[in-house]
Ligand binder design. Structure first.
Ligand code: DAH
Length: 341
């Protein structure tokens, strides 16, 4: 047996060993059941009793030495694997971070929220109604019978209807007034923000826009309450003291009816492009609910009266942010929308 030769064979095998699997193979070659060192041990039996202890000791020392080298190699390989894994998973902490793009609320959403907050604080409840509406709730029940000229003024989108009733895209949120009167007990105070549709498109009109309707029915509702409420609302919305004026007007569902102007919130009345040099901005329609509208809903008009108003949310948003073209609100250009974040 040449101990030095065997050890140099082990050393040779280990220098080219690059994986733990290869190392297992080397270990088996030398220390396994049929390994070189094991074979030597097997031959001990053939020696005389006098030679055996010394030979045994030499082979055991050899076995120990082989094992130590293999273990050392194993440690080196494992260490290298850890280093490689660390290198592979390295994070460059000096890289700039990835930005998470944060959205912002749409100016119409902001305006609606501000309005709803004001009216909620004044005791109003939010009501919603369908955007595909029937002819009865959008017109007839609001005192606009068929062939009434007011129907023609509304540029209505009609929808093919599989039913007996005529269907349309609601032209105003006043339809929700009727649905409220049908389902809620008086006294009541509701606001109904929502989308409405008219076949119209230019600088100040889009086929879809937003309205907010208000309705109060009580034993003591008066025109003075209506005016006071609208003034308070205007000051809250525009964040400034406002002056309003009511001009007589006509709506089939209110009597008397009025158009409300607010002193121009941009030039405070001196005259500018937005108020067309008049000093006033026309912002909403209102009036005392027509007795026939209340009566049709089964409300005793000797006991109860009501007032209502309707405004264009988009117009208010345009005025408060000085947006020149209504269509910008619906173009979804992020450069425009980002300004409201
Ligand atoms: N519905 C009307 C429109 O769209 C606005 C309106 C006027 C609503 C007077 C009202 C009201 O409730 O009383 O032009």
């Amino acid at each position: 047996m040449d101990k030095a030769l065997i050890l140099s064979q082990v050393a040779n095998a280990l220098t080219t060993c690059s994986s733990l699997t290869a190392l297992e193979k080397i270990k088996a070659d030398f220390l396994g059941k049929k390994g070189v060192v094991t074979e030597l041990l097997k031959q001990l039996g053939a020696l005389s009793a006098a030679e055996r202890p010394l030979a045994g000791q030499v082979i055991n020392e050899l076995k120990q030495a082989v094992l130590e080298r293999i273990e050392a190699c194993k440690e080196t390989l494992e260490q290298a694997a850890v280093t490689a894994a660390l290198q592979r998973d390295t994070i460059d902490v000096s890289l700039p971070g990835r930005n998470v793009a944060l959205g912002s609320r749409h100016p119409i959403c902001l305006a609606t929220t501000k309005m709803v907050d004001f009216f909620k604080a004044a005791g109003f409840v939010v009501m919603e109604g369908p955007e595909i509406e029937d002819d009865y709730h959008n017109f007839t029940a609001l005192n606009v019978p068929e062939y009434h000229p007011a129907r023609a003024m509304h540029d209505t989108f009609y929808v093919n209807s599989p039913f007996d009733v005529k269907l349309l895209l609601r032209t105003h949120t006043s339809s929700v007034q009727i649905r409220t009167l049908e389902t809620q007990a008086v006294p009541l105070r509701v606001i109904t923000p929502g989308r409405v549709y008219r076949c119209d498109s230019d600088l100040t009109h889009t086929p879809m826009f937003h309205q907010l309707e208000g309705l109060v029915v009580d034993k003591t509702s008066t025109f003075a309450d209506l005016k006071g409420l609208l003034l308070a609302f205007m000051q809250d919305f525009f964040n400034q003291s406002c002056e309003i004026r009511l001009r007589p007007s006509y709506f089939p569902f209110t009597e008397p009816s009025a158009e409300v102007d607010v002193r121009c919130v941009l030039c405070t009345g001196t005259g500018c492009r937005v108020c067309k040099q008049t000093g006033w901005l026309e912002v909403l329609g209102c009036g005392m609910v027509h007795p026939s509208v209340l009566a049709a809903a089964g409300i005793d008009t000797r006991e109860y009266s009501g007032f209502a108003f309707g405004l264009g949310i988009d117009r208010f948003a345009m005025l408060s942010h000085q947006i020149p073209d209504l269509r910008m609100l619906f173009d979804n250009d992020v450069r425009f929308l980002r300004q409201f974040s």
